[in-house]
Structures are given as C-alpha cells and as structure tokens.
Write a protein that binds this ligand. Sequence first.
Ligand code: ASP
Length: 342
Amino acid sequence: MPTRRKFLTSSSAALALLSAGRSLGAPNPSPLAATGKPLVISTWDAGLAANLGAWHILSKSGRALDAVEAGVMVTEASQNCCVGLGGNPDRDGIVTLDACIMDDKFNCGSVAALERIKHPISVARRVMERTPHVMLVGEGAQQFAVAQGFPLEPQKLSPDAEKAYREWLKTSQYQPVVNIENTGNQKKPTDPVGGANNHDTIAMLAQDAQGNLSGSCTTSGMGFKMRGRLGDSPLIGAGLFVDNAVGAAAATGQGEDVIRMAGAHTVVELMRQGLSPKAACKAAVERIAKIKGAQARDIQVCFIAISAGGEHGAFALQKGFSYAVCDAANQQQLIQSEYLLK
Ligand code: ASP
C-alpha cells in the first residue's frame, strides 16, 4: 500500500512534468483516440493517480460505472490525509467516511458516516445494486458492508491523522482551509498542524466509449467536524449528479454551501438549458458567491462537469483548484481551473 509520503512524491513528479509543459502519457494509447471518448475527469491533483485507475477500464471499452468506482478506490487506498481511512477524524477522533455513486440510468447509491471500511465507494455501489434504498448511514451502513463481505478494519488513526488530531486538540478551532485538497498544500507529517488538512474529497466523472456517463464521490469529510456531520459528498444532487441525456457534475469544497443550492444538480440543469460544462459550473459558483456575500472569501467551492457531448469543464470560487483529465486524445493532464474571486 502506498504511504502518504510516496503518494505525495508521485504527485509532485506529475506536477513537475506538467509545469515543464509536458502531458503525462495515458497508459494505453487507445484506438478510440479520434473520438475523444472515453474520458475521465476528477478533482484535485490526487485525480491524476485516480484517473489512471479508471483509465484501465475505460481504455478497454469498459463501463463508466466500473471506471468511476475503480478510479476513486485508488485514492481511498492511498493512505493520504484526503480520502479513506487515512483521513482526518471528526472532533471525537473517529474517521467517518461518506461516498456516493450514480450511473447512466439514474441508479444511485450512497453511504454516510461509515466507519472502519476501506472502500466506502464500493459499499455505495452495493447499496445501489443490492438494496431497495439509495442511502445507508452510520451503524446500519457498516452492518450492511460487513454482511456484504467487506472486512472491518481496526479503529485506528493513521500516524499523520493521529498527529494532526493531537495538534488540533490544542486549540479545537474549526477553521477549514481553502484548497487543502491539493496534495502540494498538505502539511508533511513533520510539519506543525493547525487548522489545515480539514476538508477533502475526490469526485470523478467518466464517459465511456459507448457514450454513457457515471460519477463517484468519496471523502472523509471536513477534518475535525462535529460528530454526525455530513457534507455534500454522499448526497445525490449536491456532491454528484448524472443525467445521461444532459451531463454529469460533481463538487468539492465547503459541503454546507454546496448542499444549500443543490450544487451538482444545479450544474446539470444549467447544462440542460444550453450552458457549456464550464459556464454551468461558473453560474453555480456565482450563485454561491451571491448567497454568501462577504463570507465567500472564507470558503472554497469547486465544480467539475462533463456534457453528454463529451465536453468537460470546471470552475472554482477561489484560486488554487485543479482538476485531472484523462482522455484518448489528450492523455493525462492537470488543468488549473478558472475562478471567480480575484
Ligand atoms: N465536500 C466535502 C465535505 O464537505 C469536503 C471537501 O470536498 O473539501 O465534506
């Protein structure tokens, strides 16, 4: 299993290549190159590694649904501070995970406040495929996961999370830091930790060679959140929404502000009205800025989107958001998102 340090190193290498103006080669040059399909995009620089996990499936004409599950599993297993059981805990010192997944036929599944399960995205998929429900939370979600054969991992913080939590306890201030999802912005285990490292998500959208869309989203949520707090990431319509006839969208950032305007659903509805993915993401961000007023400067919210026609785009409230793209034509790239507040 890669350590957080190794993960940061590989991300830094990827960034160095990109800043030198070279794109990262996709692993399998595809005969579909001329079509631009398949395509996968995901949030932050952690998306570079995750996209490769998805690309193994997409490049062999696999389903977008399988790709978005496999892609974010890379991040869930990476033991970095962002996503999965290596993430920062809530204020009671317990890591609780949120995830959701949605396919091209409005099938969707979600888990929230799930403890001690390594791959919440796969449990979300089982909820979608093997229950009459869309969402399971807390103890019930864990019981379902165990019944489905997912091992119960030890209730233990990763060394980084343990250190971050101990530092946080010194002040117990809840102060989310914008853009902390960028691995380059994350503090190393040796750094002092204050209010940083306290929100984190990977969201992924894919279009397969058949033109079908799917999306996934997985997070340990805001670090040092109140016990029981849920953000946008497990909520279909807030953190993720897919309408195969129109497009797919996903969010990262301050979940409370994404929930209050049904973020991902809003982006898809704006695309339905004819906006491009980027313009739709921008209009959604503008809506958040208007709602928040002067407080908008204290938060980060970002959207990514793909249209049914295979165009992708993103927009952020603040500077610093990047998203990773892997497609047959352009291979692997990290794109700096445009942003609203200059
Ligand atoms: N959206 C996530 C949440 O609110 C956190 C993040 O993406 O930074 O839980």
